[in-house]
Unconditional design. Structure first.
Length: 135
């Protein structure tokens, strides 16, 4: 018969395996101003992106909340739960902690820090590991 383990294995298989990639660290230096964290590969066919891991480092003197989604400026839409990172700490979100979403756009991030965001060591940093699918 079908066991819970068999069902879990069957639903976790992806018939369209992609290419796992990471992107350079993005610095969030202006409050509530999204920046591109991962740019989809330019191919003749549309690709989608599954975020597999989010790494956030907070160099500011107060806690930061980081949103990861798509769009820039007034078009930013958060796609994942908000991440809170205490001052001087880092957070890694991966696996079952992330919703299983396929994004058809470049991935962006935005941060809010009570004390404001600084440059250099005081910046909030975001890095992603993604799986690109298609094209």
């Amino acid at each position: 018969g079908i066991t819970e383990e068999t069902l879990t294995m069957a639903t976790s298989l992806d018939p369209r395996p992609g290419l796992t990639k990471s992107h350079p660290v993005a610095l969030l230096v202006t409050v509530a101003t999204p920046v591109t964290v991962f740019t989809r590969s330019a191919t003749g066919m549309a690709r989608t992106v599954k975020v597999k891991k989010i790494f956030v480092s907070n160099g500011s003197p107060s806690f930061a909340t980081v949103d990861v989604g798509t769009g820039l400026a007034g078009a930013f839409v958060a796609s994942f739960p908000r991440i809170r990172v205490e001052a001087g700490m880092h957070e890694t979100i991966s696996g079952d902690q992330l919703p299983n979403l396929e994004l058809a756009a470049n991935v962006t991030a935005s941060a809010i820090v009570a004390a404001g965001i600084g440059a250099g060591d005081l910046a909030v940093r975001v890095q992603l590991e993604v799986e690109e699918i298609g094209g």
